[in-house]
Design a protein around this ligand. Structure first.
Ligand code: HEC
Length: 125
């Protein structure tokens, strides 16, 4: 009987020693905290003005042909902002669009397309 009582006392003592301990490092609400470190950069609002993006080549037959041939993959601006190209260079570009990138252009329309590009896009003759 005595032995059982001492075992129970030992169990209680172990529980008290190993049970959850109050966290002495935790601070209660409202208590002073360490200050936040200063941010590395200051974030500011700013605005930029984007250039106008011409979606089509405008009015006229040349424009309509280029709209049909090129706009599936490019904006008109992308083509109009190219450096001035010669007829030979524009022809090579149109051929590349058809052959390498599978632009839906008939080979027999290449000349008309290049004429339109020479008229509309930057070109050097
Ligand atoms: C089927 C999609 C498609 C069509 C239609 C198309 N292109 Fe392209 N084009 C491309 C791809 C893809 C590139 C390569 C883009 C890159 O390299 O970032 C490109 C690039 C270009 C470039 C950049 C220079 C170069 O040689 O790579 C020019 C100029 C150009 N195209 C003009 C045209 C013109 C003019 C037309 C109409 C006659 C046209 N494209 C129709 C897909 C197309």
């Amino acid at each position: 009987m005595r032995r059982r009582a001492s075992l129970a006392a030992l169990g209680l003592a172990l529980l008290a020693a190993c049970g959850p301990q109050p966290d002495k490092s935790a601070k209660s609400v409202g208590e002073e905290r360490e200050p936040m470190p200063a941010p590395l950069t200051a974030i500011q609002s700013s605005s930029i003005t984007l250039p106008t993006d011409e979606q089509t080549f405008g009015a006229g037959q040349d424009a309509a042909l280029l709209d049909r041939s090129c706009l599936a993959c490019h904006s008109a601006s992308m083509i109009l902002y190219q450096p001035p190209l010669t007829r030979k260079q524009w022809t090579a570009t149109v051929d590349k669009m058809r052959e390498a990138y599978r632009a839906p252009i008939e080979a027999r329309d290449t000349e008309a397309i290049v004429d339109a590009l020479m008229a509309k896009a930057p070109s050097s003759r």
